[in-house]
Design a protein around this ligand. Structure first.
Ligand SMILES: NC(=O)c1ccc[n+]([C@@H]2O[C@H](COP(=O)([O-])OP(=O)(O)OC[C@H]3O[C@@H](n4cnc5c(N)ncnc54)[C@H](OP(=O)(O)O)[C@@H]3O)[C@@H](O)[C@H]2O)c1
Length: 253
């Protein structure tokens, strides 16, 4: 199983879930040190590829390295992603482009590169989207748009690849407690807080996010990993957008 962004958060939990059921993992991220730490957890069943997936011209080489790692692949989890919290008036072209490249273009191009090899093997692709793709929040217009487009890509690829035996689905998590949600959300022109002020700010931010989930807690990476594994496994499921969000999407307000 190829997992992008496997060094932290949801990707790392997915790698562990795949290993627990006896699978092999090809882990991709930019951070060679964290990848090497992961590889040492199970040297027989983990291979690593160091790559910045936003560098789209490198993706064919990334795919070749992944194929070579175990002599084939049975699935792809397009998990690596980034979110920039920017309200209208502060959106930067550079950040818009970076989110488009990593959250939308890389998953589409990687899926294309892997599709032929997954065909005939009951292969599966899971794209990690977000509930923000369907229900937006202030400051997330660029990020939410990339994930909404990823949903569309998921359905289009599911349709196109079904005759080859490749299934394509997406998981839409609510707010999951990972590094991604711990970056302080700043107002326009605000100086980033440091030290205790930063800690207090992040704690308040997490509490505000938690309180929006009817089930009373933020998601854990393992919650999402379990759904990803289910989507990889289920032989009759394709073109689905599966929400896992502690009730966030059905909450009032
Ligand atoms: N956390 C949430 O609340 C939440 C909610 C809904 C959806 N999601 C989605 O879930 C996915 C995983 O998020 P997370 O919360 O687990 O994030 P995270 O903890 O920030 O981890 C992101 C992972 O992506 C990798 N990555 C980032 N930029 C990369 C790049 N340019 N090239 C290669 N790898 C890159 C990181 O590895 P390196 O830094 O080592 O490169 C890391 O392993 C994302 O697609 C995110 O949009 C998250």
């Amino acid at each position: 199983m190829v997992i992008t962004g496997a060094t932290r958060g949801i990707g790392r939990a997915t790698a562990h879930a795949i290993l627990e059921r006896g699978g092999q993992v090809i882990a991709i991220s930019r951070n060679a040190r964290l990848l090497e730490e992961l590889r040492r957890e199970n040297e027989a069943r983990i291979r690593i590829v160091v790559a910045d997936l936003a560098e789209l011209e490198d993706l064919p080489s990334v795919a070749d390295q992944a194929f070579a790692a175990f002599g084939g692949v049975d699935g792809l989890v397009n998990n690596a992603g980034m979110a920039r919290y920017e309200r209208v008036g502060t959106i930067q072209l550079e950040s818009l482009e970076a989110q488009l490249r990593l959250n939308l273009m890389a998953p589409l191009l990687l899926s294309q590169l892997f599709a032929e090899h997954l065909g005939g093997r009951d292969g599966a692709i899971v794209n990690v989207s977000s509930t923000l793709s369907e229900r937006v929040a202030p400051g997330t217009s660029a990020y939410a748009a990339t994930k909404a487009a990823l949903n569309t890509v998921t359905k289009a690829l599911a349709l196109e690849l079904a005759p080859t035996g490749v299934r394509v689905n997406a998981v839409l998590p609510g707010v999951v407690d990972t590094d991604m949600i711990r970056a302080p959300r700043l107002r326009a022109g605000e100086t980033p807080p440091v030290g205790e002020e930063l800690e207090a700010r992040v704690a308040a931010q997490l509490e505000a996010l938690r309180s929006r989930h009817p089930i009373g807690r933020l998601g854990r990476p393992e919650d999402v990993a379990a759904v990803i594994v289910g989507l990889l496994d289920h032989p009759w499921q394709t073109g689905s957008l599966v929400t896992i969000d502690g009730g966030l999407s059905v909450a009032w307000g």
